[in-house]
Each structure stands twice: as C-alpha cells, then as structure tokens.
Design a protein around this ligand. Structure first.
Ligand SMILES: [Fe+2]
Ligand SMILES: [Fe+2]
Length: 195
C-alpha cells in the first residue's frame, strides 16, 4: 500500500512539474493546488468524523474484551485517539477550515460490524478474536486515509501538517501490529482450542 501511495505522490508531483514546464499561467497552477487543498480538507473532515465515532466505540470494545491485554490495548488506543482528534483540530485551525463535515459512513459501517460481533458471540475467546478482527479493519481504514492525506499535504508543501499526521499514522500502525501480535500469540490459539 505504501508503494501505491509513493506512486500516487510521484504521479501528482510529475503532473505539477509538467504544468510548471508547459504552462506559463501561474493562475492555473494556483487553481490546481487549491483543488488538492480542498480535497485534503474534505478527507481530513472525514477522518475527524471517523476518529470521533471511534472515541465512542472504543470504550464499548474495551468493556467487552475478556483478555486483559486486549482490554488494555483498547484503553491505550482510546487515549491515543483523543490525541488524534486534538491533532486534527490543530490542523483545521492552521488551514483555517471547519472541522465538522459529513459523517464518515465507512467508519459507521465498520463500527456497526464490531457491534454485531459483540451481539452475536458469547464465547469469550471467540469474541476476543472477533473484536481484534473488527479493530484491525478500523486501523487499516485509518492507515489508508492518513497515508493519503500525508501524501497530499507533502505535495502541497504543508510540511508541518504532514509531520503531525505522520505521528498519528505511526500510532495507528503500532496499534495494528499490537493487535496482530495479540491474536497470533494467544487469542487465536485459545479460540481455536475452544469447543
Ligand atoms: Fe486514530
Ligand atoms: Fe486507530
């Protein structure tokens, strides 16, 4: 996926370079970067909605997890998610844009699937394995989204913003890796051993 993002980034850069080389109208170049900036703001608003939905969902996931390590993992990521929301708010201030946008439907669906997982599974090990599955889908959605906005911020030469978003991306990746570790080292094995 990172390769794809690098490719996308390189592609956007080459389009911009071409415009500098072939167009003399600075106005047109300015328009192009404004379009990407609008897209960046829209996608950041989508992420802001997604992160706020997660602030409500993560305590429920922590409450329903039976493995103490998994419970602790969700609680830790809840604290990090509060930081992700705060970082986005600072970025909106820098961009002089409003934070609120349409509800992120993708995150709404992923959270709904997590709820179904809780409602449909009583066996503790099975439930924990299912909660990890739901949580990793969420992390992958965030990783894809943050990867894209970082790429766009870099293209727009908004380095400070890209660096802030990079901090969040690293926490999403670490959470995803921790979930894989928990699943492979214990929870999946216990679920497989169940009746
Ligand atoms: Fe997040
Ligand atoms: Fe996350």
């Amino acid at each position: 996926m990172e390769e794809n993002l690098l490719f996308l980034n390189a592609n956007v850069r080459s389009v911009r370079r071409e415009r500098f080389e072939t167009k003399t109208s600075r106005g047109e170049i300015f328009m192009e970067s404004n379009k990407l900036k609008d897209l960046l703001i829209e996608e950041l608003q989508d992420l802001y909605s997604a992160e706020n939905q997660l602030l409500k969902a993560l305590p429920k996931m922590a409450k329903n997890a039976t493995s103490p390590d998994l419970k602790h993992g969700f609680e830790k990521h809840l604290k990090e998610t509060e930081g992700h929301v705060a970082r986005l708010e600072n970025i909106f201030e820098k961009l002089e844009a409003k934070a609120r946008g349409p509800k992120c439907k993708a995150m709404e669906g992923l959270i709904e699937e997590g709820k179904e997982m809780i409602d449909d599974h009583d066996d503790p090990e099975e439930l924990d394995a299912g909660l990890i599955c739901a949580a990793q889908k969420v992390e992958h959605y965030e990783i894809a989204s943050y990867g894209t906005v970082i790429s766009w911020a870099n293209t727009l030469e908004l380095e400070d913003i890209a660096n802030e978003l990079e901090k969040t991306l690293e926490e999403e990746k670490a959470t995803n890796e921790k979930l894989t570790e928990l699943a492979e080292e214990s929870i999946n094995v216990e679920a497989a051993a169940g009746e």
